[in-house]
Design a protein around this ligand. Sequence first.
Ligand code: GP9
Length: 383
Amino acid sequence: MSPEEKRTVSNYFDKKNKQDSTYSGSLAGKNVIIIQVESLQAFPLFQKSSGQEVTPFMNKLAKDGLFFPHVYPQTVFGNSSDGELIVNSGLYPLKQGATFFRFPYNDFPSLAKELKKIDYQSYAFHGDEENFWNRQHAYPALGFDDYISIEDMQQDEIISMGLSDRSFFKQGYDYLKNKQNPYYAFFVTLTSHVPFSLPADQITLKPEVGKEGSYLTKYYEALHYTDSAIEEFVKNLKGNGKLKDSVIVIYGDHDGLFVKDKHEVEGYYGIKISDEEWIEKYMPIPVIIYQEDIQGRTIDKVAGQVDILPTLYDLLGIQSSSFFGETMLNGEEGEALILKGDYGAQMKINGKGRVEEFLPEDQKEVDMSDQVIRSDYFNQTID
Ligand code: GP9
C-alpha cells in the first residue's frame, strides 16, 4: 500500500464516530456468547408448521431481546467463514477467494483482541474438523485463545457434516461451565447445513399436511432442531447462574435458501414472489441480542452483517474504530452493501429494503476493505 493509500485508510478509520446510542456501555463486562447459526434466514422465525412454531426458542429471545429482522448477509466466496470474519473483525470479506484461506495469518482487528485488553478469555467452538475453512490458522489470527473443534470433543452423535448441534452445545457448555468470567465464547453451528437432512428420530417439527419431505419442510425441521439445541444450552447457562452475566447474540451466517430456490417457497405457500420481493423479504438474516436486563424491542432497520460488530462495541462500551459498518442502535436509516456471490452482482439495499446500484463511494468502501486485508494493513510490523 502506498503512503497515500495508507493515509486514506487511516483517515477513514479515524473519522469513525464513537459508536453511540442510548444503549452505549449497557452490557459492559458481560460474558459475550455469540452463536452463528448455519443457514439461518429471518423469514422462518415466527412461522408455524402444522400449528407448531418453527423456531420457538429463538422467537422468545427475539421478543425479549433486541431483534433486528432486516440484516443482510454479506458473505462472498468464504461462505460460513466469511460470516465468522465479518462479525469478528468488522471487515468485508475479500472480493475474490476466501479470506481464511488467502490471508489466515493477518493481524486482523477483532472483538476477541479488544476484549483481551479488558481481561476476557476468548474461545471458539465448531463441530467440524479443525482445518475446515482453515480455521486452525484464522481463529488465532482473530484473537481466540482456544479453538475447540470436533477433534477435541466426544464424537458421540454425528449428523450431516459433523457433530450434532445438540452434542456440540452440551460439550461447549461443559467446557465453559467452570470458566472464570468474563469470557467471549463463539459457537458456529452445523446441523442445519444444506441439504437439511435430519435422521428421522431427530425430527420433532410436524410437517404441514401435503408438504412432507419438501425442501422448505426439511429446512424448517433442521432449524427447529437447532433451535431446541440452543434452548438446552441457554437453559443450562440459566441453571448454573451464568445467564444473568452473559449476553447472547444469535445471527445467521448466510442464506439457507437462495433466489434460485424461490420456487420452493412459492410452491409451499402457493404464492408468487418476484426477485425484488425475495431480496426485500426473504434474503435477510436475523440478529438477536438477548440479555436479561435489556427490554425487548424490534428494530426493523436495514443493516448488513458488517454492522453487528459496531453494535456490540456500542453495547459493550468498546472504543475501537477499526471496522466498517455502524451501530444498528443509533436510530439512523441504514443500508447494506451486498458483494458479488450467490446473487451474481454487487447491489446496495437502501433503508427501505429496495435494491439500488452501487455508487462510486460504495465501491470505494468495499475496495478499501479488500485492500486492508490484502496489505495486512493492521500489521504494525509491516511498513
Ligand atoms: C463448515 C461449516 C459450513 O465447517 O461451517 O460451511 P459452509 O459450507 O456453510 O461454508
